[in-house]
Write a protein that binds this ligand. Sequence first.
Ligand code: GLN
Length: 546
Amino acid sequence: MTTTAKYIFVTGGVTSSLGKGIIAASLAKLLQAQGYRVTIQKLDPYINVDPGTLNPYEHGECYVTEDGAETDLDLGHYERFLNVPTSQANNVTTGRIYQSVIQKERRGEFLGKTVQVVPHITDEIKERIQLLGKSGDYDIIITEIGGTVGDIESLPYVEAVRQLRWDLGEDNGIVIHLTLVPYLAAAGELKTKPTQHSVKTLMESGVQADILVCRTEHDLPYDLRRKLALFCNVREEAVIQSIDASTIYDVPNLMLEEGLDKVVLKKLGLQSSTPDITKWNQFLTRHKNPKTEITIGLIGKYVELQDSYKSILEAFIHAGAENEVKVNIESVHSEYLNEDNIQLKLAHLDGVLVAPGFGERGIEGKIDAVRYVRENNVPFFGICLGMQMAVIEFARNVLGLKDADSTEMSPETKNPVIGLMEDQKTITDKGGTMRLGSWDCDLKIGSAVRDIYKAESIKERHRHRYEFNGKYKQQMEAAGLVATGLNPDTGLVEIVEIPSHPWFVGVQYHPEYKSTVANPHPLFVAFVKAALNYKKKKSSVRMAQN
Ligand code: GLN
C-alpha cells in the first residue's frame, strides 16, 4: 500500500470527558506550527447518523461545517485551534458507517457474501479514516476515537486501528492513549492502576499504546512515570502528563513542555523543529491580562451545561482577548424570564445575546428580553432563533401585530413574520434537512454590519428551517428594523439591524462557528466593544448623577 500521510490514533481510557479533543487539537497545533499540514477526524461510536438529531443536553452543541455537515463539537475545537476548515469527512459515526454498508449490501456490492462486522464494518471504518489522507491535502491525520476503550460500541473502531497499523506499516500509524491518573486525597497518593488496566484492555484488542497522555490534578513524579512506562510497555519519554489547566488554550504550551510533539514526530519518523506559536502566545497574553471586564447575558434554555453553547462561549473568549477585556457570561434561563422580573435580571448587564434554539420552550422570555434591550438601548446580539425573536418582538410591540409569531411555535398565526420556505414545507424527515452550511450574504451599503465586516459580501454557516417572511420586510423597514444582509440568489433576509439603536444586530446564521484564535469573529469583536462602550457610558452617567 502506498501512503504519504501519517496517522495518529487517539483513544481514551478510564473515563470519558478527559479532553481527547483538546489534546488532539493541541498536538495538531504544535505539528502545524512546525510546518506540517494537519487535520483531525472524530469517530463517534453512536448509531445516530450525525449529532444533528441529538439534544444539546445529551451531547453538547452540534457544530456545523462549511459543507453543511452537522458534527461533533470537537470539530469546533479543531477549527478554533488550527484555523483550517473541517468537513463531513472529519466526523464519522457508527450510524453513518452502517448506513453506507447496508446501502452497499442492497446494491449487491457484496453479492454472495455474509456481511459482517469484520471485515465489512471495519473495512468501511478504515476507508473513512484514510479518506482525508488520500486527498493529498495533509501530511498528518489525527483520528480521535470517541468513547472509552472497553465499551462494546468502540470495539470495531479499535479493531480497525489494529488492522490499519499493519496495513500502514510501523512508523505510519501510532496510538496515543489518554487516561486518568486519579489522586486519592485520603491516601494522599496518585494512582496508576486505572491506567494499567486501561492499557491492558486496549492490548486485549491487539493494540499497544505508543504514547500515554495522563490527565492529572497533580504533577506526576519521576518514579510514577517510570512505573507507568514499565507496566504499560511504553518508553519513559512517552509518558506525558496533562495537568488541569485554567484554560484549554494553555494546553498546546503544556504539551510542548512535556515534549508530546517531539515523541510523536520521532515515532512517525518525521523531522521536528521548534514550533512557532508566537501568535498563539500573543492571544494568550491578551486573554490573561484583560484591562477591564464586562458582563454579557446569554439568554437561552440550555443554561446548565457549558457544552450547549460551546462555540458562542469560545467566540467571546477570542473577542474578549481582541478587545483586552474579560467577558463574563451570565446565563439567563429564558423560561424563568418575564415582564415582572426582566429589570431585575437584565439591568446590570452590559450586553445581551439571545441564543439559537428549537421549539417553543422559553421563547416568550426571549421576546421579553429583546423588548427590554431594544427599549433601553442595551447592546443586543441575536443569533438564529435569537434573530427570529427580535423580528417577532418588533412586529408585536412596534408594528402592533399582537399575534405575530414564527410558524414553528404557532403554525396558525395570522402574522407569520417567521415562516417556512416553500421547499421546506414538504419535508418530513428531521435529520439533515435544514438549511445547512455556508451561504453567501450581501451587506447593505451604509449598514453597521458592512462596516464591522469591512466587506461587501460574506459567507456564513446556517442551521435552521424557518426564515424571515419577506412579506413583512417593507413594513418593518419603514418602522426602523432594517434588513441589512440578503442572500444574493434568493433574497432571504440574513441580517436585521435597528440603525437608531446603539448596537442591535440579529443574524439568521451562526457566526460563532467561524470564530478562531487566529481570526476572532468581527461581529463578536464589535459586540464586545459595544458592550464596553455601553458600560463606560452607564458609569459616566452614574458619576454625573452623584
Ligand atoms: N428553530 C429555528 C429554526 O429552525 C432556529 C434554529 C436555530 O436557532 N439554530 O429556524
